[in-house]
Write a protein that binds this ligand. Structure first.
Ligand code: CU
Length: 127
């Protein structure tokens, strides 16, 4: 009996520390990082070409100079997209031009003001 509890106890302590660590870190990370709140085009949506306006909104301010947008076209070609520098804080805008019919993937990578980088992809279809 005694031996059994002494084996379980350290595991329990480790589990408790891990649980506390997650509880302490998780809310902070969620607040600090710039998370994508909404996107235009919306993920998996169908839009009309050939010109498509991009507007990505984040949960906190974004460092535009250290953020990138790339577009993967239906042929698998990757193109760097110029980010509009006059976007309001916490959002990122750009204009995609000359898109043909087919599936695209917009890839974003942003630097939040807390120094953390987040990235994601938005697949969409041009009709
Ligand atoms: Cu962060």
């Amino acid at each position: 009996m005694r031996r059994k509890t002494s084996i379980i106890a350290p595991r329990f302590v480790v589990a408790l520390i891990v649980a506390c660590g997650i509880a302490l870190i998780a809310p902070r990370a969620a607040l600090a990082h710039a998370i994508l709140v909404s996107s235009q085009p919306a993920a998996n949506s169908t839009v009309s070409g050939p010109d498509v306006a991009v507007l990505l909104k984040y949960s906190s301010r974004v460092d535009l100079e250290h953020s990138t947008l790339t577009l993967l076209d239906p042929d698998g070609k990757v193109e760097k997209i110029t980010i509009n520098s006059e976007t309001s804080p916490g959002s990122l805008s750009a204009k995609l031009t000359g898109l043909v019919k087919g599936g695209y993937v917009l890839r974003w990578q942003i630097l939040a003001m807390d120094g953390h980088i987040t990235r994601g992809t938005i697949p969409f279809l041009v009709k």
